[in-house]
Design a protein around this ligand. Structure first.
Ligand code: SF4
Ligand code: SF4
Length: 355
């Protein structure tokens, strides 16, 4: 009995030491990433001729089927690793600062770690958006080793329902193992709008994220065209309470989303196609996940000329857009280079064409 107790104490001590070790490594990596991020921010201010963020899709298939989502299917094969390498190399050539791997569910790609390592070898910052279902301790350690720098999980509700199975009840265990093993930054995004039954769930999720040492953000679910779904009274209250939580966790205050919550349009210059690229599984560059179909130029042919044209092209969908990552990227250039309306060609007027 005494021996058994001794063994338990020893296991407990080893786990605590491992956890302290993971936390120290996470802090060290965070400091290095902040320094690299600072250098990339300076480069962004100096020149507008390169993308700051690209979303790259290695597989369109997803293991879930959220009702509001138009970014997945249940049959696509993963893009071959060689092709993904060529896309990463091309994004590096274009001067991209950050690549976020998303999907579908990116963890369904069998050689995801090699793609992450390729991004890091080029000196770009590597992030990933996942539903978290496939995370286990061993997989998290592999992602540490591959060089993943930040990860975001979006959690939609506390109890799974017919709209979404990305719920705290199912994912809390995954969050705990992330807190224990991940050496990368973890952000938990919760959402309001879009048919989420209990808006107050977002607060429960945000508080749990902070409790585990993660950052927490809140998004407003957009419709099929990335446009505003006006929030009800309770949703607005929850949204503002969440924004207060974000401030405590030092997450960027997003004035754009504050306006969206109030149903007001935003005046801003969307730099999609220039500072932000969405590269689909077919290797085409689109404005964003909600404006697939334009400019739809193959990445291998994407040039400085395309970047310069799109930087100056006004996006008619901008006033009610809810795609927050493009908002945030575009802030860098909000003070310069006014845009002009898109040329009235067939392609430009048929802007929304999600396949
Ligand atoms: S987990 Fe993400 S990609 Fe998959 S269906 Fe849900 S929202 Fe879409
Ligand atoms: S404004 Fe920009 S980011 Fe928003 S939907 Fe339109 S193209 Fe996409």
């Amino acid at each position: 009995m005494m021996r058994l107790q001794g063994a338990c104490v020893l296991i407990g001590q080893t786990q605590t030491m491992n956890s302290v070790h993971t936390k120290l490594r996470r802090r060290f990596k965070q400091a290095v990433r902040d320094l690299r991020g600072f250098r990339k921010a300076i480069a962004a201010l100096i020149s507008t001729d390169h993308p700051l963020l690209a979303h790259l899709i290695p597989v369109r298939r997803c293991n879930l089927a959220c009702k509001y989502c138009n970014e997945y299917d249940d049959f696509s094969k993963p893009v071959s690793t060689e092709v993904m390498f060529a896309r990463v190399d091309k994004l590096h050539k274009l001067g991209t600062s950050v690549i976020t791997i998303s999907g579908g569910e990116p963890l369904l790609h069998p050689e995801l770690d090699q793609i992450i390592t390729r991004i890091r070898r080029h000196g770009m910052i590597a992030g990933m958006i996942t539903n978290g279902y496939l995370l286990v301790p061993e997989r998290i350690k592999q992602l540490n080793h591959a060089g993943l720098e930040w990860l975001q999980i979006s959690i939609d509700n506390v109890i799974p329902d017919e709209v979404s199975k990305k719920s705290l009840k199912v994912l809390d265990k995954k969050l705990q193992i992330l807190a224990e093993h991940a050496e990368f930054h973890v952000n938990i995004n919760s959402v309001v709008g879009g048919g989420v039954h209990n808006p107050e769930d977002a607060l429960t999720i945000g508080q749990r994220a902070l409790e585990l040492g993660f950052s927490s953000t809140v998004g407003i679910i957009h419709d099929g065209q990335g446009q505003l779904q006006p929030l009800g009274e309770l949703e607005r209250r929850v949204y503002h309470a969440m924004k207060a939580l974000e401030k405590r966790s030092f997450t960027r205050i997003n004035a754009f989303q504050d306006n969206i919550a109030l149903g007001r349009p935003n005046q801003w210059r969307c730099r999609a196609g220039a500072r932000y690229l969405y590269v689909c599984e077919d290797g085409l560059v689109h404005y964003c996940s909600q404006q697939r179909g334009y400019p739809a130029i193959p990445l291998e042919k994407y040039s400085l000329e395309d970047i310069r044209r799109e930087f100056l092209t006004e996006k008619s969908c901008a006033p009610h857009c809810t795609v927050s990552c493009v908002h945030q990227v575009s802030i860098v250039d909000s003070w310069r280079a006014p845009q002009r309306p898109a040329p009235q060609t067939t392609e430009a007027t048929g802007l929304v064409e999600i396949k």
